[in-house]
Design a protein around this ligand. Structure first.
Ligand code: ZN
Length: 288
């Protein structure tokens, strides 16, 4: 027994050093409010961010702050304070993919859990709301989770780069199973998940619509709701201003097929079929 006790300090001392280092690293003067912060899990490149200040920022950005300077954090808090309450008030969901909620008409994107939204309206707990006018770049990242003979399971990530302040946010859209075929012993090729196809066309459509609306608002004071619907429909069908009836017919079939409940268990197929048919009608009427 005494033998064991002799080794006890050898075990306890490194543990104490570890805890002290951890505490020192996570403590200090908050870079935003200058108050003393003890044991805060949030840091940027030049210091600690206290708990109170961290709550003034979109939680989706907190994970990516480690490399950012204090000036970025301060700018983010300023922008959040002035924009988020206003965005939350007007937000009206038109689509959602995992935790990504989209308001195509107002050009807003919210990264919130389904608990934070009710009847398309955001609850006050949701603080991750961005205007697509602040989007500098976006990208998608598909990661293979597992693969079998003729199916590949993937997770889809959405990468959003904001312009002001310049910051990158990564969010998972969801999982999908894609049809696969083996190219050779090592390589498997697979189709793009249809959830991604739809997300991409809706998101790009919203970007395009918001920019058009923004340009228009610079010179006029009013844009008709019909013009907005037409831009969104064109974007969903991935056609420009010059399109033919055959083109939109083909595209409608492709989209409807992609959102068939058989290939998409996670997506509300009825809702999207309705969306696709409605856009088709708008585009067809516009041809007359
Ligand atoms: Zn603070």
């Amino acid at each position: 027994m005494t033998d064991y006790l002799r080794y006890l300090p050898i075990l306890i001392i490194p543990l104490l050093i570890f805890i002290t280092c951890k505490l020192i690293r996570s403590s200090g003067t908050c870079i935003v409010c200058k108050k003393l912060a003890i044991g805060s899990p949030y840091r940027c490149s030049d210091g600690v961010i206290c708990k109170d200040c961290s709550q003034l920022m979109p939680s989706s950005t907190l994970r990516s702050l480690k490399m950012e300077p204090a000036s970025t954090v301060k700018r983010l808090i300023d922008i959040t304070r002035s924009n988020i309450p206003r965005y939350r008030k007007i937000f009206d969901e038109t689509s959602h993919f995992g935790n990504i909620h989209i308001d195509e008409r107002n050009g807003l994107i919210a990264l919130c859990s389904n608990r934070e939204i009710k009847d398309g309206k955001l609850k006050s707990s949701c603080k991750n709301i961005f205007s697509v006018l602040n989007v500098q770049d976006c990208n998608f990242n598909i990661k293979t989770e597992s693969s079998s003979e003729n199916a590949v399971k993937v997770s889809i990530h959405f990468i959003l780069v904001l312009a002001e302040p310049n910051i990158t946010i990564k969010e998972q859209i969801g999982h999908a199973t894609c049809n696969a075929h083996r190219v050779d012993y090592e390589h498997i090729s697979y189709s793009e998940p249809s959830a991604l196809t739809l997300f991409r066309s809706i998101f790009v459509g919203m970007l395009r619509q918001t920019w058009e609306k923004y340009d228009y608002m610079q010179s006029h004071n009013f844009i008709s709701p019909q013009a907005v619907e037409l831009t969104l429909s064109r974007a969903l069908f991935m056609v420009d201003e010059q399109y033919t009836l055959n083109e939109i017919k083909r595209q409608r079939n492709r989209l409807i097929k992609a959102f068939h409940p058989d290939s998409n268990k996670d997506i509300d197929a009825t809702k999207y079929t309705e969306k696709i048919n409605n856009a088709y009608k708008i585009l067809k009427d516009n041809l007359r």
